[in-house]
Structures are given as C-alpha cells and as structure tokens.
Design a protein around this ligand. Structure first.
Ligand code: NYM
Length: 213
C-alpha cells in the first residue's frame, strides 16, 4: 500500500501595505524556531536575485517597465524559488512566505490588467496549505503613518488592491484562506496567527497541491 510521506506545511502571509505583515511573519518565525520546529522564510519579491534586482529598480522608480512585463517578472521571481520551496517542504521544513502569487494578481489587476491574465503565469506553483490574510481598513493604514515612497503605495490603488484580494479569497475555503483582523494589538494578531499555524507544523500527510489547477 502506498502512503504519502509527511511533509512540511506551506504557509503564506498576505496583507495590505501597513498591515504589520512583515512584523507578524518575523514573530511567527522566531516562535517556531523557539519551539524547535524547522522553518524557512521566503519573502516575495526576493530582491536579491537578478530578476529581483530588476523588480527592485522598478519599485523604486529607477526604471520603467510595461505593466505586463513587471507582472511576469514578479511571477518569474516566484518560479525561480519554487523548486527550493518544494525541496524544503519535502524535507519536513515549515515554509513561511511573506507575500506570494496573490499579491501578484491583486496589484497588477488593481492597475488595470485582467484578473485571468494575471493569474496564468502563477498557475501550477506550489499551493499554500493556508493563506493568512492580514486585513486593515484604509483608515487604519492612514493612522499608522500612511504609505511609503515606493510605487503602489497610494491610497486609491490600495483600495483597489483590497477589493481584488477579496475577490481572490472567495475562491478558497475557510480552511485555506483565513482573514485576520490586523487592526488590533500586535500580540493579539500574533496569537491568532499562532493558533492557525502551530497545528500544521507536526507534519502533513496530504500531497502538496498546485496553485489554481
Ligand atoms: N508586489 C509584490 C506586486 O506588485 N506583485 C507581486 O507579485 C508581489 C510579490 O510589490 N507594494 C508589490 C506589493 C508591494 C511591493 O513588496 C513590494 P514589499 O513586501 O513591500 O517588499
């Protein structure tokens, strides 16, 4: 009888800009390490690769690129790390990802590209076992000091991004897409994140799924 070997969980954290996503991911990583759970953190865009450097230059407005081109670069940046993610999961490591294909679709669709077109280059990437979406209102974002200097950090675009994230989430089950109110105290948000992630870290016996297949 064949059996699926236990593997690590693939956990994506998405969220609106200023939602405290990066802080929450770091807190989660530290807590997992403290528990002795093997964990590896990825962050997209990964600005260290050759493709990532092109993305970085675009985001800092040091270069201009057609909207389709930058979308495909963001996707290529995920594909160049997909094999590493799969290997780590197969070896039993919990993989955390700060942003993933959902940011890709949300931002490019908010700029005016079609959602279906935006989704296609990311089809077949490793699918997360759960996506945690850190949600804040545009008003909360503003009260946290507003947005930064990079491209996309404008309130009107962020509102559209939020709507597309909502649209994307409607295709997932409650178990695979969890929206967390990130407008609360940091510790309360971290506790909710932990309650969802910790039970997944004991090893999963289900095969890794492919995104949007
Ligand atoms: N972003 C991020 C995209 O437009 N497409 C993508 O595929 C990804 C992963 O890059 N405003 C946008 C969202 C952010 C910006 O991300 C940089 P960060 O997390 O601030 O480095």
């Amino acid at each position: 009888m064949s059996s699926v070997r236990s593997r690590g969980a693939f956990i994506v954290i998405e969220g609106l800009d200023r939602s405290g996503k990066t802080t929450q991911v770091a807190t989660l990583q530290t807590r997992l390490e403290t528990e002795g759970i093997p964990v590896k953190l990825f962050k997209f865009p990964d600005r260290t690769t050759t493709i990532g450097q092109m993305i970085d230059s675009y985001l800092r407005s040091q270069s201009e690129l057609d909207d389709h081109v930058i979308h495909l670069l963001f996707s290529a940046n995920r594909w160049e790390l997909a094999a590493s993610i799969e290997q780590l999961l197969a070896a039993g490591t919990t993989v955390l990802c700060d942003r993933y294909a959902f940011s890709g679709v949300a931002f490019s669709t908010a700029k005016g590209l079609s959602l279906e077109w935006c989704r296609s280059p990311d089809i077949s990437l490793p699918a997360p076992d759960v996506t945690l979406f850190l949600n804040i209102t545009p008003e909360q974002a503003r009260s946290r000091g507003g947005y930064g200097e990079e491209r996309y950090e404008k309130e009107e675009l962020q509102r559209k991004v939020r709507d597309v994230f909502q649209q994307i989430s409607s295709e997932f089950t409650e178990a695979t897409w969890v929206t967390i109110d990130a407008g609360r105290e940091r510790e309360d948000v971290a506790e909710d994140v932990w309650k969802i992630v910790y039970p997944l870290t004991g090893g999963l016996a289900i095969p890794l799924q492919r995104l949007w297949e």
